[in-house]
Design a protein around this ligand. Structure first.
Ligand code: MG
Length: 172
């Protein structure tokens, strides 16, 4: 399968991909989450297919916007540049602050509502990169990033499931 179909990238898409990379999240990391979610449902699922589906998700404008918005808030919180009390709330990833999940939902739904189930599941299990992102490190804020990455994997899993059902309208 060609994993490089998406060759005409906007500035927004290029930046969104770059920001994920700069924050330590690779295509391989996200593809592994998709594999984790989908391997039991698809015989002979390959990492190439997982990467290809993540790639398609990253091509969606609403996904790029969510990535940029969430990562920007994480970075500003790391630099202590938000106003109080939002600064403390985001820096501490307070459990009653749910806007990180709300931002992630704009990603989850791009390939239909089965992404929602995948998102809830992966957020609970936290495999691979999600576990790493959730380990507290001094001076590092991943309040938005963990949900964004989980949501990208959930949406890619949803796309994979629909594509195996021959849905030709997937990326319209
Ligand atoms: Mg979070």
């Amino acid at each position: 399968m060609n994993t490089n179909q998406n060759t005409h990238r906007s500035k927004l898409e290029t930046e969104a991909r770059e920001w994920l990379h700069k924050r330590g999240v690779t295509m391989q990391d996200m593809a592994e989450l998709v594999y984790h979610l989908q391997a039991k449902y698809h015989d002979n699922l390959t990492m190439e297919e997982c990467i290809s589906n993540v790639d398609k998700v990253l091509g969606k404008r609403e996904v790029q916007h969510a990535i940029m918005t969430g990562i920007q808030l994480d970075v500003l919180a790391e630099k202590q540049q938000l106003d109080s009390p939002l600064q403390e709330t985001i820096a501490a990833d307070e459990s009653l602050y749910g806007i990180d999940e709300v931002v992630a939902l704009s990603i989850v739904n791009v390939y239909g509502s089965i992404g929602f189930t995948n998102f809830g599941y992966i957020d609970k299990i936290k495999p691979g990169i999600l576990k790493e992102l959730n380990e507290p490190k001094p001076g590092v804020v991943h309040t938005f990033l963990d949900d964004i990455v989980g949501a990208i994997a959930a949406a890619a899993s949803s796309r994979l499931a629909h594509s195996q059902a021959d849905d030709i309208l997937l990326d319209d």
